[in-house]
Design a protein around this ligand. Sequence first.
Ligand code: MLT
Length: 184
Amino acid sequence: MLHGTGGDEQDLSKIASYLLPTSPQLGIRGRLIENGQTRYFNHTADGSFDLNSLNSETDWLLETIDTYTEQYHLDQEKMIVVGYSNGANVAAYAWLTKRPRFKKAVLFHPMLLTPTVDLPDLSKISIWGSHGEQDPIVSKTNFDELMQSLTGTHADVSIFEHEQSHNINEPELVSAKAWVTAHI
Ligand code: MLT
């Protein structure tokens, strides 16, 4: 579980329990604090995404996931990432730029953080992603760009859109659960 800005490792636990009631859960808290809020990577002084921080913190996150999955004897290839906002963004970025060992994800309201030049082959990866039409953080254009990039990697991509904002709503959870049930 990868939380949104200002969240912690427990935030998505209820949602994860709804999606997969009997599965073990692993939550990793972003180790950065910006304006008093936890995050997985920083912004620069001018407010744009700090790509150096994004790069090194994604490495940290993947190493941390490796460490805990080994420690708790969890098979990372079977795990499903559940990410929201900042946490979903970093999971998508990891797939586009690194070699994470996880293969499936439910990404609530993710965005493309930086354009990807050389798309990797993600043909063994399955991703469900959601977007809200009135989201002030993630534009429709940005979300579509992210989904197109992921589709371009040959990942199996499913999209859920609602007419609301950056929030997770009930039909969205039902859609995510149906996807998870079909992908385990
Ligand atoms: C980010 O910083 O990753 C995005 O703006 C989403 C968020 O606010 O966490």
